[in-house]
Design a binder for this molecule. Sequence first.
Ligand code: NAD
Ligand code: UFG
Length: 333
Amino acid sequence: MNILLTGGMGYIGSHTAVLLANTGHQVHIYDNLCNSSPSTLERIQKITSKDIGFTEGDVRDTEKLADVLRKEKIGAVIHLAGLKAVGESSQKPIEYYANNVQGSISLIQAMQSAGINTLVFSSSATVYGDPIYLPYDEEHPTKPTNPYGRNKLQIEDMLRDLSVSDKEWKISCLRYFNPVGAHESGHIGEDPNGIPNNLMPVIGQVVNGILPSLNIFGNDYDTPDGTGKRDYIHVMDLAEGHLAALVWLQSNPGCHNFNLGSGDSYSVLDLLYHFEQASGLKIPHQVVGRRPGDLPEYYAKADKAEKLLGWKAKKTLSDICSSSWLWIKSSKN
Ligand code: NAD
Ligand code: UFG
């Protein structure tokens, strides 16, 4: 199938592009490079030895996007383009609504004009908000606590309304938990512009000497070692989830939500320990105060994806840390 990846030059998109190209799909990336580098295209091509199409453009440019959809004879879209920093979304909410919500409306309009109705959307576990129970299943109430999460929920709501109004649409909203890790080649990985917020890229910057040490945000949570626990999922497992959703959608119209997580949770100290084991390094760190808005723990019930999509996260925390180490090491040189 010819598949368009909006935001495909980014962290999750580049790994998904590799998997799709390696499984015989024709991939075209549409990205404005606001949080990625053009060199990622060569890296994807190097890993896959496939010709990957690329158009530099903003998803809010509906006409340009529709032209690409028609010209490339696209059959399905994976919509990853978006701004994703939770803290920044509170400082610049309108920028986030304009980019994420308006960008998604523009994409739907472009797809309508090109006659395409199969869509996989990058949503987030952040749509659930404070847990009423754990693990979160897809029926857990949604009450996001920040503008970024509300963007994701508004887009999901819009997609549900669309699928009710037009029964031809086939849509999956994939609620990712905490994507980490890198491709086994070490050629692509998470490479954020500016100062990272997430745990693994921060560790990467400590290793590379950009940051002096890791701040652990609190060790007084009600968890076994007191640090926050998360459901870390290897980015290549996540990529497999996109492919499984695309295949399943072919015979399942409507709008469907799926949690993509491992179903386990690990603490900051667990992750640090596994990273130190994988790298043979000691990561300087100290405990500081809690980060505002952080939850003590959350993780996925991912049974729906296993039952319907036949998808399950396979990689371990050791796999995650060794692939991250390979990427961090190679990006250092
Ligand atoms: P990323 O920033 O690495 O990739 C996003 C890509 O989208 C970037 O290449 C950026 O240049 C592009 N982009 C942004 N706005 C655009 C626009 N208006 N037009 C065209 N391109 C645009 O982020 P990622 O981690 O790969 O995340 C991909 C998607 O998954 C995002 O929608 C994000 O919200 C979602 N998600 C990510 C996480 C995570 O922890 N990484 C968790 C849950 C959900
Ligand atoms: N942490 C630290 N120090 C750091 C960074 C993080 O101790 O420098 C801790 C956090 O307190 C938390 C854990 O590491 O306990 C994970 O934090 P991340 O920032 O990596 O991830 P979050 O769970 O806070 O959020 C991520 C994405 C969101 C997404 C959410 C749910 O950043 O976009 O997962 O999928 F919505």
